[in-house]
Write a protein of this length. Structure first.
Length: 611
């Protein structure tokens, strides 16, 4: 009898987890732009249908909560009802007897918190905000707004050159993004309503592996406008801006401080993740548009000043990135064997591989830069590599695939340890990193992650010879000290990416947003190009007329996602050769067939022109 009841409880638990998983998928796959209140009422009704009706908070409370939300949607609510709604949701969350009531109320509270402006707008103006409209989820979540369903269908039709050119309509780095994009598009793929997100980045990699992008003719350039624009920084944001401005017909001069273009794509991402010969293909194709002059080894402040750029050019775009590493000012942090991870990766990017043979290396930090540093140290012969991370593994900002890859290659992950001091011997050599064990605390309302604090435990020593800190990046802003920087050292711009008190000067990328992803820098460069074009008195349209294949029947049955495989850890950790394998033709065609074509059905339809 006991075993039967235990089995019954297990089945109930599985059913509940299945429901919550489906519920979560529907929230994540909700098309951006749809009224958040309207969609969440539908989810609340779904939750209500699952209640057993035995406890009052769930049976009666969720019904009342739904009526309140409906009143907000209908324009009949006031601030008193808004406050009552928050109170009721919190009360249900704290008193419901099962996870159905708790999760439903928790999601209502989260929804109200994340979309507070929309709720208040409904209460004040009795309607949705003007920007609420149905959009294609994957495209909307892409910072460059690439036509993802379009190029997936072109890949499925084996029109790889057209797929590459369709990507280049919004993103001139199809190869680089095929290797290192963090794929925010996949977070909102509506295929998750059936099984799992399409491997969008993997399909892009398959396309660029079929034909080098510099072998695909670049789109034609517009007629020359006679306008000259200076771009400071030859990283992903600056090169993207140059590409679109050149296509519009403007003349562009890029000032790059280093000896090669690429920025952090070249000097911040190791070759095993992004082969530099493949990056060069993107850059060669980009420059082939014409109208772009490149001046390497030309840091601002050396041969030309920022003030001179303003005078000599019709517009200026600052995209200097965040290529300076930060350090934690703990005891002995200035030791010669302590450096920033950014500094180490920059050294490797210049072809100067450090020799860590027999050395024990510790990397402080839990982001992607820390993973790159740790995995690079393994390839440079380190006897051991340890990651000292202050938070839990689940809270680390690095991609799960990067964390897994590091562990497979022999990196030891020590979570919940915060650095407090660097221990040196009588000769000044680093011998250990002294850490303080941490304990989790309350969840932070801004980040959604649990806070950490020092635990009541003894300090812990991690023996080591070399320490790298991967705790953030900063911009080198001295040549632009008069441009009005924030306290955190980033440029201040308005919504058109223009800088205050400097007409004709624009800024974007990491120097505005702070350290971010490559695709975000690319999106910023694209937006800046359009704003500069408008500032100069134009409104260029430059899109190609690429015919997208007609919609065909797609796969609605459940299929497992095709993930990219990697070389074995024992093989790949011996060199900086690329670790990731490409899809086969069979795998790529299967993934393409799973696209639900939300550009035609379900979420919204495509419109011409730039977004």
């Amino acid at each position: 009898m006991y075993k039967k009841q235990e089995l019954k409880n297990t089945q109930r638990s599985r059913l509940l987890n299945s429901f919550l998983s489906t519920f979560q998928k529907r929230v994540l796959a909700n098309p951006p732009g749809v009224c958040c209140i309207s969609s969440h009422i539908a989810y609340l009704r779904t939750a209500r249908s699952q209640t057993c009706g035995k406890c009052v908070p769930c049976a009666k409370g969720l019904e009342q909560l739904e009526k309140m939300m409906q009143k907000v949607l209908d324009g009949g609510a006031d601030m008193d009802l808004y406050v009552d709604m928050l109170w009721l949701a919190q009360n249900i969350k704290e008193t419901a007897d099962c996870a159905i009531g708790y999760e439903a109320a928790y999601m209502v509270l989260t929804n109200i918190k994340n979309f507070k402006d929309e709720y208040l707008y409904h209460i004040e103006h009795h309607r949705c905000q003007s920007n609420v409209s149905v959009k294609v989820p994957c495209m909307y979540n892409c910072p460059a707004y690439v036509n993802i369903p379009g190029y997936i269908s072109l890949i499925g039709a084996e029109r790889y050159a057209d797929a590459i050119n369709l990507i280049r309509e919004d993103n001139p780095f199809p190869t680089a993004c095929a290797f290192v994009c963090e794929r925010p598009c996949e977070l909102q793929c509506r295929r998750t309503l059936i099984d799992s997100a399409i491997n969008i980045r993997g399909l892009k990699k398959f396309a660029v592996d079929q034909i080098p992008v510099d072998a695909v003719d670049t789109p034609p350039r517009n007629v020359p406008t006679g306008k000259r624009i200076a771009i400071v920084g030859g990283g992903p944001s600056g090169l993207t801006c140059a590409y679109f401005l050149a296509r519009m017909g403007h003349s562009v001069v890029i000032y790059e401080a280093k000896e090669k273009l690429g920025g952090m794509l070249r000097y911040g991402i190791p070759n095993y993740r992004l082969p530099k010969d493949r990056l060069d293909q993107d850059i060669a194709a980009l420059l082939a548009v014409g109208g772009i002059e490149v001046r390497l080894n030309s840091p601002i402040g050396k041969d030309i000043t920022a003030e001179q750029l303003e005078k000599e050019y019709d517009a200026v775009y600052l995209s200097i990135g965040a290529q300076s590493g930060k350090v934690i000012p703990i005891k002995n942090y200035d030791n010669p064997n302590v450096a920033s991870a950014v500094e180490m990766l920059d050294r490797i990017g210049h072809g100067d591989l450090p020799d860590f043979t027999g050395k024990n290396v510790v990397v402080i930090g839990g982001g992607n830069v820390a993973m790159d540093c740790a995995r690079s140290a393994i390839r440079c012969g380190a006897a051991s590599v340890t990651l000292a991370v202050r938070e839990r593994q689940v809270d680390m900002t690095a991609l799960p695939s990067e964390i897994q890859g590091a562990i497979e290659e022999g990196v030891e992950l020590m979570t919940m340890y915060a650095p407090s001091e660097i221990k040196v011997d009588e000769n000044g050599n680093v011998v250990a990193l002294i850490t303080k064990p941490q304990i989790t605390g309350h969840y932070d309302e801004h980040t959604g992650l649990p806070s950490v604090r020092d635990a009541a435990k003894e300090p812990y020593e991690i023996p080591c010879d070399v320490i790298f800190m991967a705790i953030g990046q900063a911009i080198v802003s001295e040549p632009f000290s008069g441009y009005g920087l924030t306290n955190r050292g980033t440029f201040i711009v308005d919504k058109t990416t223009a800088m205050k008190d400097h007409p004709g000067v624009f800024a974007g990328g990491d120097c505005v947003s702070g350290p971010a992803t490559a695709i975000m820098a690319i999106g910023a460069g694209k937006v800046a190009a359009m704003n500069i074009d408008e500032y100069l008195g134009f409104h260029h349209a430059y899109r190609l007329n690429i015919e997208i294949p007609h919609v065909q029947s797609n796969m609605r049955s459940h299929y497992g996602r095709v993930n990219l495989t990697e070389k074995s850890a024992r093989e790949r950790k011996k060199s900086f050769c690329p670790v990731e394998n490409s899809m086969s033709h069979e795998e790529a065609m299967q993934e393409c067939s799973k696209c639900l074509r939300c550009d035609v059905f379900g979420s919204g339809t495509m419109k011409g022109g730039l977004v």
